[in-house]
Write a protein that binds this ligand. Structure first.
Ligand SMILES: [Zn+2]
Length: 422
């Protein structure tokens, strides 16, 4: 645990303002065995704050990363859409950068090799860096060379000494998990060849705020990034942004392509200028722009509780889909339990049979959910709602409503829910 008085994890500033306080809750990936349902769970404050000096939105570190990642149950390859997107990314990078057998790709937080496998298939040498030993083992067994370690300057120096300096360094959807941003980005700069390209993807804070995506806030996500902050973070390590793309993933992400300063375009790229203008219009470049978010989140939670109360009063059964981390923040922030939601379906056999942390909603297979024929299904990973709507097509045909929780609860398609609805 850190000290009682939070300091900014980037600039060391001591003036942190409340962004949204989601209460005391268990770790989002700490699934509960049914026989342990009566034992107390470890709970930690989940309070996002924004630094007045550098405007980094952050939560306090609750536990050491080792405690979170040692038995991490997330396998990237479980989502079909995710694997398809990884393939497109790899093919585009190979084409754009002209990667071949003499090139090298390093990915940080490479998971089970869901991305690097597509470089290997094209004959491009790769190395993954993954802190979870159980997941790295899966990757190595598939032939994706994977180093089990946390990434930072020390790991980067070891990789460079072993000849792994890379033409392409990929750190997609990992930056939010990093406790020491300075050491991590310092390591990226070391492992990146002169003239090489660095790819960073992260959910865009602008979308989190506009879409009330408070359920993407959880203990393992230590930071929430604007493009303006990323410019300052990279500049501190003599890295510059060459291009920015907007992606639909995770409710709206940014893909930043960066390089060593000497290799950057002389002018601010138009794609970056556009994003920064959007952030300025939304007030993200000044501390006042961060006020009011907590009140909007409270309004969404009230509407969700009201929808559940009305459903129960009408005798409707409610289930949920997706035992993902973001669902747990939403359920626990709104105080929902297995009394409100009979079960939650998930494709991952690693999660079926367990209970969600805090809410203790039992995790079942999608087949079991379909067989239980609920009246409403709350889609927790709403970023995958199109894929999930396909899986639940038999239920929808029979009249089940699929409900998306944010920005305000609303039904997918033509059906409507009560006052809080679309
Ligand atoms: Zn700061």
């Amino acid at each position: 645990m850190k000290s009682d008085f939070p300091t900014c994890r980037f600039c060391g500033g001591v003036h942190l303002r409340s962004f949204v306080d989601l209460g005391i809750m268990p770790l989002a990936n700490s699934y509960v065995r049914p026989e342990a349902r009566d034992q107390p769970e470890a709970r930690y404050p989940l309070h996002a704050r924004v630094c007045e000096a550098c405007l980094l939105v952050q939560v306090e570190e609750a536990v050491l990363p080792e405690a979170i990642f040692s038995d991490y149950a997330y396998f990237s390859s479980i989502s079909a859409g995710w694997v398809a997107q990884a393939k497109r990314f790899a093919e585009a990078q190979i084409r754009t950068l002209g990667l071949g057998p003499a090139s090298r790709v390093v990915e940080i937080a490479s998971n089970d090799g869901y991305l690097l496998q597509h470089f290997v298939a094209q004959g491009v040498p790769v190395l993954g860096v993954e802190p979870a030993a159980n997941i790295a083992k899966v990757a190595n067994e598939k032939g994706i060379a994977t180093d089990v370690s946390f990434f930072g300057r020390d790991t980067a120096r070891r990789l460079v000494a072993a000849g792994h300096q890379a033409d392409l360094v990929v750190a997609n959807n990992v930056l939010a998990h990093v406790p020491d941003l300075d050491d991590f980005v310092g390591g990226l700069a070391l492992v990146l060849k002169p003239g090489g390209r660095l790819s960073l993807e992260f959910p865009h804070l602008l979308n989190l705020m506009a879409g009330r995506q408070f359920d993407t806030i959880y203990h393992e996500h230590l930071c929430y990034f604007s493009a303006g902050f990323i410019v300052r973070l990279l500049a501190a390590h003599d890295l510059s942004i060459a291009e920015v793309e907007c992606l639909a993933t995770h409710g709206g992400s940014l893909r930043i392509t960066a390089c060593h300063k000497g290799w950057a375009p002389a002018q601010t790229p138009a794609s970056l200028a556009d994003i920064l203008a959007g952030e300025h219009a939304a007030g993200l470049d000044r501390i006042e722009g961060y006020g009011g978010f907590a009140a909007r989140v409270a309004e969404t939670c009230t509407a969700l509780r009201q929808w559940l109360a009305e459903a129960r009063a009408m005798g409707r059964t409610v289930a949920a889909y997706g035992a993902a981390a973001k669902g747990n923040t939403l359920l626990n922030a709104c105080g929902m339990t297995s009394t409100d939601i009979i079960c939650v379906a998930d494709m991952s056999p690693h999660k079926q049979g367990l209970l969600l942390p805090g809410s203790h909603i039992p995790i079942v297979s999608p087949e079991a959910l379909i067989a239980s024929a609920p009246d409403d299904v709350l889609i927790l990973p709403w970023n995958l709602s199109a894929e999930i709507a396909g899986i639940l097509a038999p239920l929808r045909k029979a009249g089940t409503r699929l409900v998306i929780p944010v920005p305000m609860p609303h039904a997918l398609g033509p059906q409507r829910i009560g006052e809080g609805g679309a």
